[in-house]
Write a protein that binds this ligand. Structure first.
Ligand SMILES: [Zn+2]
Length: 203
């Protein structure tokens, strides 16, 4: 059953309902945000709605690394100063932000947009794996760094990738267990992530 809405006017309730659908936003926060916007200048609501629309209209996936981007290829793939012989595999685009924040890695990335999970019915065809295999075929890549999450799905995915990539003659490393098991990359602190990257090893 959905929680009862406060006795507010229709448009206010509508916005409260939308905010409450967002992760980490409870009914109280949703209400606070809606009433905040009601009081704020109209320009602020316009900027917010423009930003929301642009998110869906202007963001696509990079045709090389599957990162979310508004240019194609994305800024990382297009950067000739980066090490194009290394590809770091992550589950989600926000994992790239976490790794970039460490300044410990200068190679390229590949975003799977998920992890293999037999229990949840996510197979190899449900993540962006084929794009990765196509990339590895052109012989430019010397090392693949597996930076999937340190949980069951992430480990399963890393093992699977190791099994199919190693026979291609490419060095496969896994970021070290500096990350506690069960940690999602996006929530790891810089020091832990940097250590994990520096301590990566052949699987
Ligand atoms: Zn890219």
């Amino acid at each position: 059953m959905r929680p009862a809405l406060p006795p507010a006017a229709g448009p206010i309730n509508r916005l409260i309902e939308e905010f409450a659908k967002l992760p980490g936003v409870g009914p109280k926060s949703a209400q606070r945000l809606a009433y905040y916007l009601l009081k704020a200048p109209a320009e602020q609501s316009k900027q917010l709605s423009d930003a929301l629309l642009a998110l869906k209209q202007e963001i696509t996936l990079c045709s090389v690394c599957c990162n979310v981007t508004d240019t194609n290829p994305c800024a990382i793939c297009a950067n000739s100063e980066r090490d194009h012989s290394r590809v770091c595999i992550v589950e989600q685009p926000q994992d790239i932000l976490a790794l970039e924040h460490t300044h410990a890695y200068k190679g390229l990335y590949h975003v799977l947009h998920g992890a293999i999970s037999p229990t949840e019915g996510v197979g190899v065809n449900d993540i962006h794996l084929q794009e990765l295999l196509d990339r590895l075929k052109d012989n430019q890549i010397a090392e693949v760094v597996l930076a999937t999450n340190a949980n069951l799905e992430g480990e399963q995915t890393a093992l699977y990738l190791n099994r199919i990539i190693t026979p291609l003659g490419i060095k496969v490393t896994r970021i070290a267990r500096g990350l506690p098991f069960g940690t999602e990359l996006e929530y790891a602190d810089d020091v832990t992530l940097t250590r994990a990257l520096e301590g990566r090893q052949v699987l």
